[in-house]
Write a new protein. Structure first.
Length: 367
């Protein structure tokens, strides 16, 4: 089973616990994992005995490292069902949307790697707790995809142009960064996780979502916080002014040039720049465009836009080439379809956003 499902009895009501259970792949989301999680949530949404839901990841290394793109590569290479990639993204986005809109409180406990599709699940939850070892990122530019799973929504809600910077560079955020920009709500020590669940078991949950949410909010706030002075220093705090200065303006090629040319003595910064320099130029334009378009969109329309983008990415060569170079052959030398952001035609970018989906043609049938 790619997930563990438990219903934990409380003094009154039950907690639904979903554990992503593929430690060998850093709990990467396979199609079966997504479908089984969706089925469980669909059942729990209408189940009177379930009062709240908790997501966590198995093993010590990760909550979830994202979609299982090795699994995706076979279909992109023509070895499997050619419709499978688009179907994978549709089911993944439907799951994320379900969590965003779930009628009961949902807690995510993020530890270790929380990236890509893992950050999509994590960000969709009402309460986002992180352990001190957490690393958050949207690194899709390195494989020729784009920050999806609702990133058009949550990256747009970060301060200044940090969301743009994350999308362009695949920047890795530590626990202090995540708390600073609001991608996580509070830190929790690993040995507090079981005690938190034990504390929740002592409660009498009413089954009324608003009342249970208020009770849960108070309980979470009462948790003992780790000494924040002992947490890793925030890289974003150190570099926020650099990001704001270098990402200012209305011309993407100029912003990319500024970021690549900046002489900043920081291993973290150099890692970000390395991702941008070796990343997919088409992806850079997709990040730029999706964040602009999504500013006035509903959550439903964000996922619809991202589905159209993802379906188009599966039809172009960059995604397949990026996965090959990074994860299959591991030569780390992808040959992108265009050498730089300045070389990408407007028409190539625009075709990733067509057609626009609505209630009449949405393959995910979001409601």
């Amino acid at each position: 089973m790619p997930i563990q499902v438990q219903e934990i009895a409380c003094r009154e009501g039950n907690i639904g616990l979903i554990t992503l259970d593929s430690p060998a792949t850093l709990n990467a989301l396979s199609a079966s994992m997504i479908h089984e999680t969706q089925a469980v949530l669909d059942q729990w949404a209408d189940a009177d005995h379930i009062s709240l839901v908790i997501f966590r990841g198995a093993g010590e290394r990760a909550f979830c490292a994202g979609g299982n793109i090795r699994e995706l590569y076979g279909a992109l290479s023509g070895d499997e069902d050619p419709d499978a990639p688009a179907e994978f993204f549709a089911s993944e986005y439907c799951l994320d949307y379900t969590i965003h809109c779930f009628p009961k409180p949902v807690i995510a406990i993020g530890h270790g790697v929380v990236m890509g599709g893992g950050l999509g699940i994590f960000s969709a939850c009402r309460y986002r707790l992180v352990t001190p070892d957490v690393t958050l990122a949207m690194p899709e530019i390195t494989i020729g995809l784009f920050p999806d799973v609702g990133a058009s929504w949550f990256l747009n809600r970060l301060p200044g142009r940090i969301g743009l910077f994350m999308g362009l560079t695949g920047a890795r955020l530590n626990v202090s960064d995540a708390l600073r920009v609001g991608l996580a709500d509070m830190a929790i020590l690993p040995d507090q996780v079981e005690s938190l669940i034990d504390r929740l078991k002592e409660e009498r949950w009413t089954g009324e979502s608003a009342a249970d949410d208020n009770r849960l909010f108070r309980l979470v706030k009462q948790l003992e916080h780790p000494d924040y002075r002992a947490l890793p220093a925030s890289e974003l705090a150190r570099h926020e002014q650099d990001i704001a200065r270098l990402s200012a303006g209305d011309e993407l090629p100029a912003i990319v040039e500024n970021l690549l040319a900046a002489e900043i003595d920081s291993d973290w910064w150099q890692g970000c720049v390395k991702n941008l320099r070796g990343g997919c130029p088409v992806t850079a334009w997709l990040v730029w465009t999706q964040l602009k378009k999504a500013q006035q969109m509903s959550l439903k329309d964000v996922f619809r836009m991202e589905y159209t983008m993802a379906a188009r990415c599966t039809q172009r060569p960059d995604l397949r080439e990026g996965i090959r170079a990074r994860l299959i052959d591991k030569d780390h030398q992808p040959t992108w379809s265009f050498p730089s952001v300045s070389d990408v035609p407007d028409t190539v970018v625009e075709e990733h956003f067509e057609p626009e989906l609505d209630d009449s043609n949405d393959p995910m049938a979001l409601s």
